[in-house]
Design a binder for this molecule. Structure first.
Ligand code: MN
Length: 327
């Protein structure tokens, strides 16, 4: 008799445990787990690209390493005043690219682009240019004629985004994305404070999808927190890369808000955790949240070409010199 009682008690305990488990799993709200900061990359010293772009190589020594996949490189031209220029506009003349995408965000001033597929355009404050080099493109990047003549403050950035092997030889493509096409979402504040806003350029945030077409999942969000001390929590995919670039102002980032990031430094977040917590330490703090699906492939980069093998780099050089780029 006693054995049967024990069996019944055991069964009822197991049943109640199982139903408890079911309840916590069927809860549609994922529990929040805050992403941790792996390290802060300090502000990098600037150098000139051509005579137009005085850029900080934001990713420093980690550029072109697998740790930043799917991104390769990130150049930030901090606000800089240019005098009126009556000669030909400053810029970088014709040069090739193969195997990845260049993403240019203008914050102040104007960039003019022209490429071998016949595409081109001027991007100004708030606009984005998303160029797929794919199997090969030749382009030039200049201050716009209007900006060049008038002079003024220039601020922009360019991000290099890798393509996975199966899309490296895709046809070149140009997406000119104007500021008005980019949706803005509200970021609610926590702890009773105010929040911020995010312009969603790529990926989906709080139900709004960015206009950029991408080959792999990519997030590119331009975040502003107007009031010093306010904190926002931004959802991210725990399996994706996540980096936070402080463009203006400064912020406390991470689980216990223990990591301070100053202007032009980068917080490299650990994998895991579905929310990034950011507190502004200055008014009008602006950040770029960049993330995406990690491309688990070998990166072989030589100048303007980024492929998977040395042989493919040799082929890129041959194809470029034999005029097979940009069709
Ligand atoms: Mn280029």
């Amino acid at each position: 008799m006693s054995k049967i009682y024990i069996l019944i008690i055991t069964l009822s305990v197991l049943t109640s445990l199982a139903s408890g488990l079911e309840q916590s799993c069927s809860n549609s709200e994922m529990p929040i787990s805050l992403r941790k900061v792996e390290r802060i990359l300090p502000r990098a010293s600037p150098h000139w690209v051509g005579d137009a772009f005085r850029v900080h190589p934001v990713f420093g020594n980690l550029a072109f390493s697998s740790r930043l996949s799917p991104f390769l490189m990130f150049d930030y031209a901090a606000p800089k005043k240019f005098e009126r220029n009556n000669r030909s506009p400053r810029g970088v003349g014709q040069h090739p690219h193969r195997g990845f995408e260049t993403v240019t965000l203008a914050f102040q001033g104007e960039v003019e682009h022209k490429d071998s597929t016949g595409n081109g355009g001027v991007i100004g404050a708030g606009d984005v240019q998303w160029m797929t080099a794919g199997r090969g493109i030749i382009h030039q990047e200049y201050h716009s004629k209007k900006f060049s003549k008038a002079g003024g403050t220039f601020e922009m950035c360019q991000l290099w985004l890798n393509l996975p092997r199966k899309y490296k030889m895709t046809a070149p493509r140009y997406q000119g994305i104007s500021a008005k096409e980019i949706p803005t979402v509200e970021l609610p504040g926590i702890d009773g404070g105010g929040g911020g806003t995010a312009r969603v350029i790529a990926g989906t945030l709080h139900g709004k999808k960015g206009p950029a077409m991408t080959f792999t999942a990519v997030q590119l969000w331009d975040v502003n927190i107007p009031v010093e001390g306010d904190t926002v929590e931004i959802p991210t995919d725990p399996r994706h890369l996540c980096v936070v670039f402080v463009r203006r102002g400064s912020a406390l980032i991470g689980q216990d808000k223990e990591h301070a990031a100053g202007p032009q430094s980068v917080a490299l977040m650990e994998l895991g955790g579905n929310v990034v917590r950011i507190q502004a330490r200055e008014k009008e703090t602006s950040l770029l949240i960049m993330g995406g699906e990690i491309i688990d492939e070998t990166i072989v980069a030589r100048g303007p070409f980024v492929m998977n093998t040395q042989e493919e780099i040799r082929q890129a050089n041959i194809d470029y010199h034999e005029g097979r780029f940009g069709q």
